[in-house]
Design a protein around this ligand. Structure first.
Ligand code: C2O
Ligand code: CU
Ligand code: CU
Length: 498
Protein backbone atom coordinates (compact mmCIF):
# COMPACT_ATOMS: atom_id res chain seq x y z
CA UNK A 1 0.00 0.00 0.00
CA UNK A 2 1.12 3.55 -0.55
CA UNK A 3 1.22 6.15 2.14
CA UNK A 4 -0.70 9.31 1.72
CA UNK A 5 1.42 12.22 0.68
CA UNK A 6 -1.58 14.47 0.50
CA UNK A 7 -1.19 17.93 -0.94
CA UNK A 8 -3.65 19.31 1.60
CA UNK A 9 -1.53 17.84 4.39
CA UNK A 10 1.37 19.90 3.18
CA UNK A 11 -0.69 22.98 2.53
CA UNK A 12 -2.58 22.89 5.78
CA UNK A 13 -1.93 25.72 8.16
CA UNK A 14 -3.38 26.94 11.41
CA UNK A 15 -6.58 28.74 10.81
CA UNK A 16 -10.09 28.87 12.05
CA UNK A 17 -12.97 28.44 9.70
CA UNK A 18 -16.27 29.79 10.89
CA UNK A 19 -19.34 28.05 9.58
CA UNK A 20 -22.35 30.08 8.70
CA UNK A 21 -24.26 28.48 11.56
CA UNK A 22 -21.80 29.95 14.03
CA UNK A 23 -20.09 26.62 14.59
CA UNK A 24 -16.35 26.94 14.59
CA UNK A 25 -14.36 24.19 13.00
CA UNK A 26 -10.84 24.29 14.24
CA UNK A 27 -8.38 23.30 11.60
CA UNK A 28 -5.51 21.92 13.62
CA UNK A 29 -1.97 23.03 13.44
CA UNK A 30 -0.90 20.21 11.21
CA UNK A 31 1.87 22.32 9.77
CA UNK A 32 3.92 21.63 12.88
CA UNK A 33 3.98 17.95 12.00
CA UNK A 34 6.07 18.63 8.96
CA UNK A 35 8.82 20.21 10.98
CA UNK A 36 9.56 16.91 12.68
CA UNK A 37 12.11 14.53 11.24
CA UNK A 38 10.17 12.15 9.04
CA UNK A 39 10.31 8.46 9.57
CA UNK A 40 11.19 5.97 6.92
CA UNK A 41 8.36 3.91 5.54
CA UNK A 42 10.09 0.57 5.19
CA UNK A 43 7.71 -0.45 8.01
CA UNK A 44 4.56 -0.09 5.99
CA UNK A 45 2.64 -3.35 5.74
CA UNK A 46 2.19 -4.98 2.36
CA UNK A 47 -1.35 -5.52 1.13
CA UNK A 48 -3.16 -8.11 3.31
CA UNK A 49 0.06 -8.88 5.16
CA UNK A 50 -1.32 -8.38 8.65
CA UNK A 51 -3.75 -10.69 10.40
CA UNK A 52 -7.13 -9.16 11.21
CA UNK A 53 -7.39 -7.98 14.80
CA UNK A 54 -10.47 -9.48 16.44
CA UNK A 55 -11.69 -7.48 19.43
CA UNK A 56 -12.01 -9.60 22.59
CA UNK A 57 -15.51 -10.85 23.36
CA UNK A 58 -16.49 -9.26 26.67
CA UNK A 59 -19.29 -11.11 28.44
CA UNK A 60 -19.09 -8.93 31.54
CA UNK A 61 -19.76 -10.46 34.98
CA UNK A 62 -23.15 -11.47 36.23
CA UNK A 63 -23.63 -9.90 39.66
CA UNK A 64 -26.97 -10.60 41.36
CA UNK A 65 -28.68 -11.20 38.06
CA UNK A 66 -27.26 -8.12 36.35
CA UNK A 67 -24.64 -8.40 33.62
CA UNK A 68 -22.00 -5.82 34.52
CA UNK A 69 -19.41 -4.51 32.11
CA UNK A 70 -16.40 -2.41 33.10
CA UNK A 71 -15.21 -0.07 30.39
CA UNK A 72 -12.31 2.33 30.56
CA UNK A 73 -12.01 5.05 27.95
CA UNK A 74 -8.38 6.06 27.65
CA UNK A 75 -5.60 7.35 25.47
CA UNK A 76 -3.45 4.71 23.87
CA UNK A 77 -0.87 3.99 21.22
CA UNK A 78 -1.49 1.76 18.25
CA UNK A 79 1.07 0.23 15.94
CA UNK A 80 -0.81 0.57 12.67
CA UNK A 81 2.58 0.62 10.94
CA UNK A 82 5.41 -1.66 12.00
CA UNK A 83 7.57 0.08 14.60
CA UNK A 84 5.57 3.32 14.65
CA UNK A 85 3.33 4.20 17.55
CA UNK A 86 0.33 6.32 16.66
CA UNK A 87 -1.58 8.16 19.38
CA UNK A 88 -5.13 6.80 19.49
CA UNK A 89 -7.99 6.33 21.91
CA UNK A 90 -9.99 3.30 22.81
CA UNK A 91 -12.09 1.44 25.30
CA UNK A 92 -10.17 -1.19 27.31
CA UNK A 93 -7.78 -1.14 24.34
CA UNK A 94 -5.55 1.38 22.59
CA UNK A 95 -7.95 1.67 19.64
CA UNK A 96 -11.68 0.68 19.46
CA UNK A 97 -13.18 -1.46 22.22
CA UNK A 98 -14.27 -5.00 23.10
CA UNK A 99 -17.30 -6.68 21.60
CA UNK A 100 -19.91 -6.57 24.35
CA UNK A 101 -22.00 -9.75 24.44
CA UNK A 102 -25.58 -9.40 25.71
CA UNK A 103 -28.77 -11.41 25.54
CA UNK A 104 -32.33 -10.27 24.94
CA UNK A 105 -34.24 -9.96 28.19
CA UNK A 106 -31.34 -9.52 30.54
CA UNK A 107 -30.48 -6.44 32.57
CA UNK A 108 -27.07 -4.95 32.05
CA UNK A 109 -25.05 -2.26 33.76
CA UNK A 110 -22.14 -0.68 31.97
CA UNK A 111 -19.60 1.12 34.12
CA UNK A 112 -17.81 3.61 31.92
CA UNK A 113 -14.73 5.27 33.38
CA UNK A 114 -13.42 8.31 31.55
CA UNK A 115 -9.64 8.27 31.83
CA UNK A 116 -9.21 10.95 29.17
CA UNK A 117 -8.20 14.50 30.02
CA UNK A 118 -11.39 15.75 28.37
CA UNK A 119 -15.11 14.96 28.64
CA UNK A 120 -16.69 12.20 26.62
CA UNK A 121 -19.87 10.13 26.31
CA UNK A 122 -20.67 6.58 25.16
CA UNK A 123 -23.87 6.00 23.20
CA UNK A 124 -25.51 2.59 22.62
CA UNK A 125 -26.43 2.93 18.97
CA UNK A 126 -29.55 0.99 18.01
CA UNK A 127 -30.84 0.26 21.51
CA UNK A 128 -34.16 1.18 23.09
CA UNK A 129 -33.01 2.46 26.49
CA UNK A 130 -34.08 5.09 29.05
CA UNK A 131 -33.12 8.58 27.88
CA UNK A 132 -30.71 9.03 30.79
CA UNK A 133 -28.93 5.80 29.75
CA UNK A 134 -28.68 6.69 26.04
CA UNK A 135 -25.18 8.16 26.25
CA UNK A 136 -25.93 11.05 23.91
CA UNK A 137 -24.62 14.62 24.22
CA UNK A 138 -26.45 15.16 27.53
CA UNK A 139 -24.80 12.25 29.37
CA UNK A 140 -21.36 13.80 29.58
CA UNK A 141 -18.74 11.88 31.55
CA UNK A 142 -16.23 14.31 33.09
CA UNK A 143 -12.54 13.41 33.12
CA UNK A 144 -11.96 10.91 35.92
CA UNK A 145 -15.67 10.25 36.41
CA UNK A 146 -17.57 6.96 36.10
CA UNK A 147 -20.98 6.79 34.43
CA UNK A 148 -22.93 3.57 35.02
CA UNK A 149 -26.17 3.34 33.05
CA UNK A 150 -28.35 0.28 33.48
CA UNK A 151 -31.03 -1.04 31.16
CA UNK A 152 -32.92 -4.08 30.01
CA UNK A 153 -31.93 -5.51 26.63
CA UNK A 154 -35.16 -5.38 24.61
CA UNK A 155 -33.46 -6.05 21.30
CA UNK A 156 -33.58 -9.25 19.30
CA UNK A 157 -30.34 -10.89 18.16
CA UNK A 158 -28.39 -8.25 16.30
CA UNK A 159 -25.19 -6.31 15.82
CA UNK A 160 -25.36 -2.90 17.45
CA UNK A 161 -22.50 -0.60 18.37
CA UNK A 162 -21.32 2.01 20.81
CA UNK A 163 -19.38 5.19 20.25
CA UNK A 164 -18.58 8.64 21.57
CA UNK A 165 -21.38 11.18 21.11
CA UNK A 166 -19.86 14.32 22.63
CA UNK A 167 -21.48 17.51 21.35
CA UNK A 168 -19.38 19.04 18.52
CA UNK A 169 -16.66 16.43 19.12
CA UNK A 170 -18.19 13.11 18.10
CA UNK A 171 -16.32 13.07 14.80
CA UNK A 172 -12.95 13.70 16.41
CA UNK A 173 -13.39 11.17 19.23
CA UNK A 174 -14.68 8.44 16.94
CA UNK A 175 -11.82 9.17 14.52
CA UNK A 176 -9.40 8.69 17.41
CA UNK A 177 -10.88 5.25 18.09
CA UNK A 178 -13.83 5.50 20.43
CA UNK A 179 -16.18 2.83 19.13
CA UNK A 180 -16.99 -0.84 19.60
CA UNK A 181 -19.51 -3.53 18.73
CA UNK A 182 -22.48 -4.83 20.75
CA UNK A 183 -23.37 -8.42 19.93
CA UNK A 184 -26.85 -9.32 21.04
CA UNK A 185 -28.12 -12.90 21.15
CA UNK A 186 -31.56 -14.43 21.62
CA UNK A 187 -32.99 -17.94 21.79
CA UNK A 188 -34.80 -17.80 18.44
CA UNK A 189 -31.61 -16.88 16.58
CA UNK A 190 -29.59 -19.48 18.50
CA UNK A 191 -31.89 -22.19 17.16
CA UNK A 192 -31.24 -21.32 13.50
CA UNK A 193 -27.84 -22.95 13.17
CA UNK A 194 -26.22 -19.86 11.67
CA UNK A 195 -22.45 -19.47 12.05
CA UNK A 196 -22.11 -18.09 15.58
CA UNK A 197 -18.72 -19.13 16.92
CA UNK A 198 -17.02 -15.84 17.73
CA UNK A 199 -13.60 -15.56 16.18
CA UNK A 200 -14.04 -18.84 14.28
CA UNK A 201 -16.91 -18.40 11.84
CA UNK A 202 -18.51 -15.20 13.21
CA UNK A 203 -16.57 -11.91 13.21
CA UNK A 204 -17.26 -8.26 13.89
CA UNK A 205 -15.89 -6.32 10.92
CA UNK A 206 -15.52 -2.63 11.71
CA UNK A 207 -14.84 -0.81 8.45
CA UNK A 208 -13.16 2.58 8.67
CA UNK A 209 -10.77 4.78 6.77
CA UNK A 210 -8.18 7.14 8.16
CA UNK A 211 -5.50 9.57 7.05
CA UNK A 212 -2.00 9.39 8.41
CA UNK A 213 0.78 11.90 8.15
CA UNK A 214 4.17 10.72 6.97
CA UNK A 215 5.34 10.68 10.57
CA UNK A 216 2.59 8.20 11.40
CA UNK A 217 0.26 10.48 13.33
CA UNK A 218 -3.47 10.40 12.71
CA UNK A 219 -4.58 13.96 13.45
CA UNK A 220 -8.22 14.93 13.27
CA UNK A 221 -7.72 18.04 11.18
CA UNK A 222 -10.60 18.67 8.82
CA UNK A 223 -10.10 21.19 6.07
CA UNK A 224 -12.96 23.40 4.85
CA UNK A 225 -13.67 20.71 2.26
CA UNK A 226 -13.72 17.98 4.93
CA UNK A 227 -16.15 20.00 7.01
CA UNK A 228 -18.53 19.82 4.04
CA UNK A 229 -17.88 16.35 2.66
CA UNK A 230 -16.88 14.70 5.93
CA UNK A 231 -13.47 13.25 6.81
CA UNK A 232 -12.71 10.57 4.28
CA UNK A 233 -9.38 8.82 4.61
CA UNK A 234 -7.12 7.04 2.19
CA UNK A 235 -6.05 4.10 4.35
CA UNK A 236 -8.53 1.26 4.93
CA UNK A 237 -8.82 -0.12 8.46
CA UNK A 238 -10.67 -3.23 9.55
CA UNK A 239 -11.04 -3.57 13.33
CA UNK A 240 -8.15 -1.13 13.50
CA UNK A 241 -5.83 -3.20 11.29
CA UNK A 242 -4.59 -1.80 7.98
CA UNK A 243 -5.75 -3.95 5.05
CA UNK A 244 -5.60 -7.27 6.89
CA UNK A 245 -6.24 -10.88 5.97
CA UNK A 246 -8.41 -13.33 7.87
CA UNK A 247 -7.27 -16.96 7.90
CA UNK A 248 -10.29 -19.27 8.08
CA UNK A 249 -10.74 -22.97 8.61
CA UNK A 250 -14.44 -23.11 7.81
CA UNK A 251 -16.61 -23.50 4.72
CA UNK A 252 -18.58 -20.34 5.35
CA UNK A 253 -18.19 -17.28 7.49
CA UNK A 254 -20.51 -14.71 9.01
CA UNK A 255 -19.26 -11.14 8.86
CA UNK A 256 -20.99 -8.55 11.01
CA UNK A 257 -20.17 -5.52 8.91
CA UNK A 258 -20.28 -2.14 10.61
CA UNK A 259 -19.54 1.07 8.77
CA UNK A 260 -17.70 2.82 11.58
CA UNK A 261 -16.23 5.52 9.37
CA UNK A 262 -16.88 9.19 9.89
CA UNK A 263 -18.27 9.91 6.46
CA UNK A 264 -17.61 7.24 3.84
CA UNK A 265 -20.39 5.33 2.17
CA UNK A 266 -19.08 1.89 1.22
CA UNK A 267 -20.38 0.11 -1.86
CA UNK A 268 -19.17 -3.32 -0.84
CA UNK A 269 -18.63 -6.54 -2.67
CA UNK A 270 -15.97 -9.15 -3.38
CA UNK A 271 -13.30 -8.51 -5.98
CA UNK A 272 -14.01 -11.86 -7.68
CA UNK A 273 -17.69 -10.99 -7.95
CA UNK A 274 -18.79 -13.86 -5.72
CA UNK A 275 -22.22 -13.62 -4.20
CA UNK A 276 -23.10 -13.76 -0.53
CA UNK A 277 -26.21 -13.68 1.63
CA UNK A 278 -27.25 -10.79 3.78
CA UNK A 279 -28.96 -12.22 6.85
CA UNK A 280 -29.39 -9.16 9.06
CA UNK A 281 -29.74 -5.40 8.81
CA UNK A 282 -29.14 -2.81 11.56
CA UNK A 283 -31.57 -4.20 14.11
CA UNK A 284 -31.51 -7.95 13.54
CA UNK A 285 -32.25 -10.83 11.21
CA UNK A 286 -34.09 -10.27 7.95
CA UNK A 287 -37.18 -12.31 7.17
CA UNK A 288 -35.14 -14.44 4.77
CA UNK A 289 -31.52 -14.51 3.58
CA UNK A 290 -31.09 -12.13 0.65
CA UNK A 291 -28.69 -13.18 -2.13
CA UNK A 292 -26.52 -10.25 -3.22
CA UNK A 293 -23.30 -9.39 -5.05
CA UNK A 294 -23.07 -5.86 -3.72
CA UNK A 295 -24.29 -3.97 -0.73
CA UNK A 296 -24.22 -0.31 0.26
CA UNK A 297 -23.36 0.53 3.85
CA UNK A 298 -23.51 4.12 5.11
CA UNK A 299 -21.91 5.39 8.32
CA UNK A 300 -23.69 3.87 11.31
CA UNK A 301 -25.32 1.03 9.35
CA UNK A 302 -24.70 -2.68 9.92
CA UNK A 303 -25.21 -5.69 7.70
CA UNK A 304 -24.52 -9.28 8.61
CA UNK A 305 -23.49 -11.39 5.67
CA UNK A 306 -22.67 -15.06 5.22
CA UNK A 307 -19.99 -15.85 2.66
CA UNK A 308 -19.38 -19.30 1.21
CA UNK A 309 -15.62 -19.85 1.01
CA UNK A 310 -15.74 -23.63 0.46
CA UNK A 311 -14.02 -23.18 -2.91
CA UNK A 312 -10.83 -22.54 -0.93
CA UNK A 313 -9.98 -19.40 -2.88
CA UNK A 314 -9.12 -16.10 -1.23
CA UNK A 315 -11.80 -13.45 -1.48
CA UNK A 316 -11.15 -9.73 -1.19
CA UNK A 317 -13.82 -7.56 0.41
CA UNK A 318 -13.65 -4.15 -1.21
CA UNK A 319 -15.64 -1.03 -1.87
CA UNK A 320 -16.02 0.61 -5.25
CA UNK A 321 -16.58 4.22 -6.14
CA UNK A 322 -19.29 5.84 -8.27
CA UNK A 323 -22.78 4.56 -8.82
CA UNK A 324 -24.75 7.45 -7.37
CA UNK A 325 -27.85 8.51 -9.21
CA UNK A 326 -28.29 11.81 -11.02
CA UNK A 327 -25.79 13.64 -13.24
CA UNK A 328 -25.08 16.59 -11.00
CA UNK A 329 -24.93 14.41 -7.90
CA UNK A 330 -22.21 12.15 -9.20
CA UNK A 331 -19.32 14.45 -8.50
CA UNK A 332 -20.29 14.98 -4.88
CA UNK A 333 -21.34 11.39 -4.43
CA UNK A 334 -18.22 10.03 -6.07
CA UNK A 335 -16.31 11.61 -3.22
CA UNK A 336 -18.78 10.10 -0.77
CA UNK A 337 -18.21 6.47 -1.70
CA UNK A 338 -14.46 5.87 -1.95
CA UNK A 339 -12.84 2.68 -3.25
CA UNK A 340 -10.88 0.54 -0.77
CA UNK A 341 -9.57 -2.99 -0.57
CA UNK A 342 -10.49 -3.85 3.00
CA UNK A 343 -9.90 -7.48 3.83
CA UNK A 344 -8.79 -10.73 2.29
CA UNK A 345 -10.64 -13.85 3.44
CA UNK A 346 -8.08 -16.63 3.29
CA UNK A 347 -9.58 -20.12 3.56
CA UNK A 348 -7.19 -22.94 4.57
CA UNK A 349 -8.37 -25.01 1.63
CA UNK A 350 -11.36 -26.28 -0.27
CA UNK A 351 -14.11 -27.85 1.83
CA UNK A 352 -17.44 -29.55 1.30
CA UNK A 353 -20.16 -27.06 0.42
CA UNK A 354 -21.96 -25.90 3.56
CA UNK A 355 -25.58 -26.79 4.25
CA UNK A 356 -28.00 -24.20 2.89
CA UNK A 357 -29.05 -21.34 5.16
CA UNK A 358 -32.48 -21.60 6.75
CA UNK A 359 -35.18 -20.30 4.43
CA UNK A 360 -36.87 -18.28 7.13
CA UNK A 361 -34.78 -16.30 9.61
CA UNK A 362 -37.26 -14.14 11.45
CA UNK A 363 -40.84 -13.05 11.59
CA UNK A 364 -41.11 -9.66 9.96
CA UNK A 365 -44.63 -8.25 9.90
CA UNK A 366 -45.33 -6.02 6.92
CA UNK A 367 -44.63 -2.35 7.66
CA UNK A 368 -48.13 -0.91 7.50
CA UNK A 369 -48.40 2.85 6.88
CA UNK A 370 -52.06 2.68 7.91
CA UNK A 371 -51.03 1.91 11.50
CA UNK A 372 -49.51 5.40 11.87
CA UNK A 373 -51.32 8.12 13.79
CA UNK A 374 -49.37 11.04 12.37
CA UNK A 375 -46.63 12.11 9.97
CA UNK A 376 -43.65 14.31 10.76
CA UNK A 377 -41.44 15.79 8.08
CA UNK A 378 -37.69 16.30 8.37
CA UNK A 379 -35.86 18.30 5.72
CA UNK A 380 -32.09 17.81 5.68
CA UNK A 381 -30.27 20.92 4.57
CA UNK A 382 -26.69 21.96 4.11
CA UNK A 383 -25.77 25.48 3.10
CA UNK A 384 -23.13 25.58 0.40
CA UNK A 385 -19.71 27.03 1.24
CA UNK A 386 -19.37 24.89 4.34
CA UNK A 387 -22.18 26.07 6.53
CA UNK A 388 -25.75 25.84 7.53
CA UNK A 389 -26.13 22.17 8.41
CA UNK A 390 -29.69 21.96 9.66
CA UNK A 391 -32.88 19.94 9.90
CA UNK A 392 -36.12 21.80 9.18
CA UNK A 393 -34.17 25.05 9.09
CA UNK A 394 -32.73 24.70 12.58
CA UNK A 395 -29.22 23.78 13.61
CA UNK A 396 -28.85 21.50 16.66
CA UNK A 397 -29.39 23.27 19.97
CA UNK A 398 -29.03 21.26 23.18
CA UNK A 399 -31.47 23.61 24.92
CA UNK A 400 -34.25 23.12 22.36
CA UNK A 401 -36.60 20.14 22.09
CA UNK A 402 -37.63 19.79 18.45
CA UNK A 403 -40.20 17.01 18.66
CA UNK A 404 -42.47 15.59 21.34
CA UNK A 405 -43.50 12.01 20.63
CA UNK A 406 -45.99 9.82 22.48
CA UNK A 407 -44.65 6.51 23.69
CA UNK A 408 -46.02 3.46 21.90
CA UNK A 409 -47.61 5.39 19.03
CA UNK A 410 -46.67 4.51 15.50
CA UNK A 411 -45.69 7.45 13.31
CA UNK A 412 -44.47 8.07 9.80
CA UNK A 413 -41.30 10.12 9.61
CA UNK A 414 -40.74 11.56 6.18
CA UNK A 415 -37.11 12.47 5.58
CA UNK A 416 -36.44 14.74 2.63
CA UNK A 417 -32.94 15.44 1.43
CA UNK A 418 -32.77 18.95 0.01
CA UNK A 419 -29.00 19.02 -0.52
CA UNK A 420 -26.46 17.65 -3.02
CA UNK A 421 -24.97 14.93 -0.78
CA UNK A 422 -26.30 11.65 0.56
CA UNK A 423 -27.11 11.67 4.29
CA UNK A 424 -27.55 8.60 6.52
CA UNK A 425 -30.41 9.57 8.88
CA UNK A 426 -30.26 7.91 12.28
CA UNK A 427 -32.90 7.87 15.02
CA UNK A 428 -32.02 6.97 18.60
CA UNK A 429 -33.99 4.64 20.87
CA UNK A 430 -35.76 2.63 18.18
CA UNK A 431 -35.62 0.19 15.32
CA UNK A 432 -37.79 1.49 12.51
CA UNK A 433 -38.95 0.12 9.18
CA UNK A 434 -38.44 1.69 5.78
CA UNK A 435 -41.81 2.30 4.10
CA UNK A 436 -40.64 3.69 0.79
CA UNK A 437 -38.06 5.68 -1.14
CA UNK A 438 -39.65 8.28 -3.36
CA UNK A 439 -42.78 6.14 -3.18
CA UNK A 440 -41.10 2.87 -4.12
CA UNK A 441 -40.96 -0.02 -1.64
CA UNK A 442 -37.53 -0.83 -0.14
CA UNK A 443 -35.31 -3.65 -1.42
CA UNK A 444 -35.57 -6.89 0.59
CA UNK A 445 -32.31 -6.20 2.42
CA UNK A 446 -33.74 -2.90 3.62
CA UNK A 447 -37.13 -4.25 4.63
CA UNK A 448 -36.04 -5.39 8.09
CA UNK A 449 -35.20 -3.53 11.30
CA UNK A 450 -33.26 -0.34 10.73
CA UNK A 451 -31.99 2.55 12.83
CA UNK A 452 -30.10 4.37 10.11
CA UNK A 453 -31.28 4.94 6.56
CA UNK A 454 -29.39 6.52 3.70
CA UNK A 455 -31.28 9.32 1.98
CA UNK A 456 -29.91 10.16 -1.45
CA UNK A 457 -29.68 13.66 -2.85
CA UNK A 458 -33.13 14.92 -3.74
CA UNK A 459 -34.78 11.83 -2.32
CA UNK A 460 -37.59 11.44 0.23
CA UNK A 461 -37.61 8.35 2.43
CA UNK A 462 -40.54 7.45 4.67
CA UNK A 463 -40.00 5.34 7.76
CA UNK A 464 -42.41 3.81 10.24
CA UNK A 465 -41.22 4.55 13.74
CA UNK A 466 -42.32 3.84 17.31
CA UNK A 467 -40.66 4.38 20.68
CA UNK A 468 -41.42 1.81 23.36
CA UNK A 469 -40.88 1.33 27.08
CA UNK A 470 -39.62 4.72 28.32
CA UNK A 471 -40.89 8.24 28.81
CA UNK A 472 -38.90 11.19 30.10
CA UNK A 473 -39.90 14.85 29.79
CA UNK A 474 -36.51 16.13 30.92
CA UNK A 475 -34.06 14.15 28.79
CA UNK A 476 -34.14 14.10 25.00
CA UNK A 477 -32.95 11.58 22.43
CA UNK A 478 -31.32 12.54 19.13
CA UNK A 479 -31.97 12.12 15.44
CA UNK A 480 -29.22 13.14 13.07
CA UNK A 481 -27.14 12.60 10.01
CA UNK A 482 -24.53 9.93 10.81
CA UNK A 483 -21.86 11.65 8.74
CA UNK A 484 -20.16 12.74 11.92
CA UNK A 485 -18.93 16.07 10.57
CA UNK A 486 -22.51 16.91 9.58
CA UNK A 487 -23.83 15.86 12.97
CA UNK A 488 -21.20 17.96 14.77
CA UNK A 489 -21.99 20.93 12.51
CA UNK A 490 -25.67 20.88 13.45
CA UNK A 491 -27.56 18.36 11.29
CA UNK A 492 -29.12 16.93 14.43
CA UNK A 493 -32.32 17.46 16.42
CA UNK A 494 -33.80 16.36 19.73
CA UNK A 495 -37.02 14.63 20.70
CA UNK A 496 -38.58 13.63 23.97
CA UNK A 497 -40.87 10.66 24.46
CA UNK A 498 -43.85 11.32 26.75
CU1 C2O B 1 -24.51 6.24 16.22
CU2 C2O B 1 -26.57 9.41 17.61
O1 C2O B 1 -25.48 7.80 16.95
CU1 CU C 1 -27.74 6.14 18.00
CU1 CU D 1 -25.07 14.39 6.28
Amino acid sequence: MTLPDRPENRRRSTRRAVLAGGTAVVVAAAAALWLRPQLGWAQQPARFARALAVPPLDQGQVVEGVRVFALNVADGETEFFEGIKTATRGINAPYLGPTLQMRKGETVRIEVRNSLAEPTTLHWHGLNVPAVADGGPHQVIAPGAVWAPSFTVHEVASTMWYHSHLMHSTARQVWQGMAGVLRIADDAADALGLPDRYGIDDFPIVLQDRRFTRSGTMPYAPTMHDAMAGMIGDVALVNGTIQPHLALDVARVRLRLLNGSNASIYDLGFADGRGFHQIASDGGLLARPVALNALRLAPGERAEIVVDISDGRPAVLRSVSGGARGMGMRMMAGAQNPAFEFLELRPKGAAAAPAPLPEVLAEMPRADAASATRTRRFVLEMGMMGGGFAINGASMDMERVDQVVTMGETEIWEIANAGPMMHPFHVHNTQFRVLDRDGLPPASAEAGRKDTVLVEAGETVRILVRFDHYTDRAHPYMYHCHILEHEDAGMMGQFIVV
